[in-house]
Design a protein around this ligand. Structure first.
Ligand code: GUN
Length: 277
């Protein structure tokens, strides 16, 4: 029987460990989330992020500029937050509307307040192994593996997906933990063959139940990062029946990786505030 890797339980552990660190501040850390427009998925994510702040006693603010905002206007907002010593973390919820130059906006966030870990300075620190704020989803996966004592060193890890937010940083973190890492993507030939090599298979493709029986080595650990909405239901990137049947351990969707992303956002916010002291 496969072990179900319980993201909610690990989230609760991480939040419980953060609580005394938050309480140690004379004035609590503050996270500002910028949510442009009314994307329904983004609204849910932001609501959950704000709720997590409340649980921990982190101050939070949600800014909701109109969907018609220009790049320059958004840059002005970010610069104001950068200059405000009462703001420790800044998160610009993606996607941004098409008229906004998302790259310029993300590059405008002060690296020390970049709790998403998306700034090129933090990406560079990740690549070179220097301390810095790490992207939340991949660092959440690493926490999950660590807390379940899943060995990484010397094992074959296959990451399916090469996004800046998940796939690429995930591969680098696994590499730094001494896995032998393969990154697969939409142009990979023989995807199933590559995936079947994996002792640790991370699916971050963004396509509902795209990986199945032919992609999973029996006994592999399968981490499903997928959050696909199909007929109103949340589904992962891996066929859940085959994942449960073939793997030795796996993350369910929902309840696996999702809760960890928010826990690591809280962790980054506390860290950013500690380092600003
Ligand atoms: N949109 C989807 N996932 C994320 C995330 O982790 N951070 C931000 N800022 N936007 C997102």
């Amino acid at each position: 029987m496969a072990i179900i890797l319980d993201g909610k339980m690990i989230r609760d552990q991480i939040l419980a460990e953060l609580k005394p660190r938050v309480a140690a501040f004379a004035r609590a850390p503050q996270l500002v989330v910028i949510l442009v427009g009314d994307n329904p998925a983004s609204q849910v994510y932001v609501k959950n992020k704000i709720a997590a702040c409340e649980v921990l006693g982190i101050r939070s603010q949600k800014l909701s500029p109109a969907v018609s905002i220009t790049t320059e206007q958004l840059l002005a907002t970010v610069n104001q937050l950068n200059a405000d010593p009462e703001v420790h973390g800044i998160l610009v919820q993606l996607p941004l509307p098409p008229q906004v130059d998302a790259m310029r906006v993300l590059e405008a966030v002060a690296p020390g307040k970049d709790v998403d870990g998306f700034h090129p300075v933090n990406a560079g620190k990740l690549l070179s192994g220097a301390p810095g704020l790490r992207p939340c989803t991949p660092s959440g996966v690493m926490e999950l593996l660590r807390r379940y004592d899943i060995p990484i060193e010397g094992r074959k890890a296959v990451v399916v997906g090469r996004s800046e937010i998940v796939g690429k940083p995930m591969a680098i973190l696994l590499l730094q933990a001494n896995a032998t890492v393969t990154i697969c993507h939409s142009r990979t030939s023989n995807l199933a063959e590559e995936c079947r090599r994996a002792d640790i298979l991370v699916a971050a493709i963004g396509r509902a139940e795209y990986l199945g029986e032919e992609h999973i080595q029996p006994g592999a650990v399968v981490i499903d990062v997928g959050m696909n909405r199909v007929n109103g239901r949340l589904t992962g990137d891996v066929d859940p029946v085959e994942m449960a049947r073939l793997s030795s351990a796996y993350t369910p969707v929902p309840g696996g990786v999702g809760p960890l992303t928010i826990a690591m956002l809280m962790s980054n916010t506390v860290r950013a505030a500690e380092q600003a002291q």
